[in-house]
Design a protein around this ligand. Structure first.
Ligand SMILES: Cc1cc2nc3c(=O)[nH]c(=O)nc-3n(C[C@H](O)[C@H](O)[C@H](O)COP(=O)(O)OP(=O)(O)OC[C@H]3O[C@@H](n4cnc5c(N)ncnc54)[C@H](O)[C@@H]3O)c2cc1C
Length: 405
């Protein structure tokens, strides 16, 4: 990737900069909105505003509510919008993960109906993959989909950790449709209407006081066959499209904490000496700068490949693995430097609006969401470095013959 803007990109950047200056809010000290519900309403307004101005889903075709531009324009937008406080990535699960699957696997008419509403956040989407017994081993899931004589489907079972399900209009759900074949072969993916009575959503409380994710129960939930994503029993292929896009979206949207650490180090003192002069702090700064620059370069390489017509590959695992762990380590180290001030969490009183106090509570979850660190390492080992696969004892077995609880 050429890191300099082309004349056309520079013009786009100037337009974006001017529009954001007129329309986006700058961060204000002590005004951090932690209430996810308030943030949800803000996010809806923000997405509708940027959609009306033509800045939603920049790399989607215009007919689906996008701007018909490239992933590079998306990077330019992200670089400019990060200076503001708008919840610009709030609906990343729908737009980043579910949208590409709808685009790839649904017929034109359904795409035209669903995607423009997703792009402007008129409809909110969630991703219903994980179950109590199937997270890392996603293909071991048990939620069943049974086709009725009319061709439509009835869904029964339970999902868990479903981010945003409590606010969602639609979800992408992965179900078991055949138990007589190997676990990867008997899965089918659908779009489900979350507003039906046979879908029950129960929020889960987190240690940071938020209610970000949920348990979801299906009791004969109904899905028309036109909402099937891809072939019957071809769901694993569709799920991989969602997962690869998810890792790319996480790499793009999850902060690694470096900018906040740099800001903190530039300003704060330890026992009368500026932090930036402390040898241990300087050592950490250099180490994290290298990781930050590496993740950025690896993301740009991924984006360049996608802009040239490729699909997001396993390399997306690298950014998620490094940035997730780094953000947690930065929060931990910064709180140690703050000493007893680390105990203050309210934005009005805490150092840097309580950014590091927040981060220490949510970063462990980032290391699990979208695949744990260990699973990212497996992906990098097997698909990037081409090392031998880890042993899979159920390989080739019919799902119904795999011992389970
Ligand atoms: C903040 C957050 C948001 C989430 N949002 C969603 C969502 O919107 N939709 C959704 O479907 N899911 C979501 N999830 C669930 C997430 O995808 C799972 O938590 C994740 O895949 C891990 O699965 P698990 O929790 O069942 O852990 P397990 O798979 O049971 O893993 C337990 C431990 O064993 C390790 N492990 C497992 N298998 C291996 C292996 N083969 N090699 C080495 N180590 C292994 C894991 O790394 C982990 O440390 C979310 C999770 C979080 C934390």
């Amino acid at each position: 990737m050429d890191f300099n803007d082309t004349p056309e990109q520079a013009k786009f950047r100037a337009e974006v900069r001017a529009w954001l200056a007129d329309n986006a809010r700058l961060p204000q000290a002590g005004r951090l909105v932690r209430d996810m519900h308030l943030r949800f309403d803000e996010a809806k307004q923000w997405y509708q505003k940027k959609a009306a101005a033509g800045y939603a889903c920049l790399d989607w075709p215009k007919k689906y509510g996008g701007a018909g531009l490239t992933p590079v324009h998306k990077v330019i937008w992200s670089e400019e919008v990060e200076k503001y406080t708008e919840p610009d990535d709030y609906f990343v699960i729908g737009i980043g993960n579910c949208g590409p699957a709808v685009m790839h696997f649904m017929p034109e008419q359904r795409r035209a109906e669903l995607l423009p509403r997703m792009a402007s956040a008129q409809d909110v989407w969630c991703q219903l993959f994980s179950e109590p017994g199937a997270g890392s081993d996603l293909a071991g899931l048990r939620t069943s989909a049974r086709q009725s004589a009319s061709g439509d489907w009835l869904i029964n079972g339970q999902k868990i950790w479903t981010s945003g399900a409590q606010n969602s209009d639609y979800g992408v759900v992965l179900c078991r449709t055949d138990t007589s074949v190997s676990k990867y072969k008997g899965l089918t993916m659908f779009v489900i209407d979350m507003r039906q009575a046979s879908v029950t959503v129960k929020p889960i409380k987190q240690m940071d006081r938020g209610q970000h994710f949920n348990e979801v129960f299906f009791n004969d939930a109904h899905i028309p066959d036109e909402n099937r994503l891809g072939e019957i029993n071809g769901g694993w292929e569709a799920a991989l499209v969602v997962l690869m896009n998810e890792r790319m979206a996480i790499t793009a949207s999850v902060p690694d904490g470096f900018a906040e650490f740099l800001k903190f180090v530039r300003r704060a003192e330890l026992a009368g000496t500026p932090l930036r002069e402390h040898p241990l702090v300087r050592d950490k700064l250099a180490q994290w700068y290298c990781l930050h620059a590496g993740v950025k370069a690896s993301y740009y390489r991924l984006i360049t490949a996608v802009a040239q017509g490729g699909v997001p590959g396993a390399e997306g695992a690298i950014g998620k693995l490094i940035a997730g762990r780094m953000n947690q380590e930065i929060a931990d180290f910064s709180l140690q430097l703050m000493g007893e001030f680390a105990d203050l969490h309210e934005p009005a009183a805490a150092t840097d609006d309580g950014y590091f106090q927040d981060a220490i509570l949510y970063t462990p979850g980032i290391r699990l969401a979208g695949g744990t660190d260990e699973i990212m390492r497996n992906i990098i080992a097997e698909q990037v470095l081409r090392l031998p696969q880890e042993p899979r004892v159920d390989k080739g077995m019919a799902f119904e013959d795999i011992p389970g609880g």
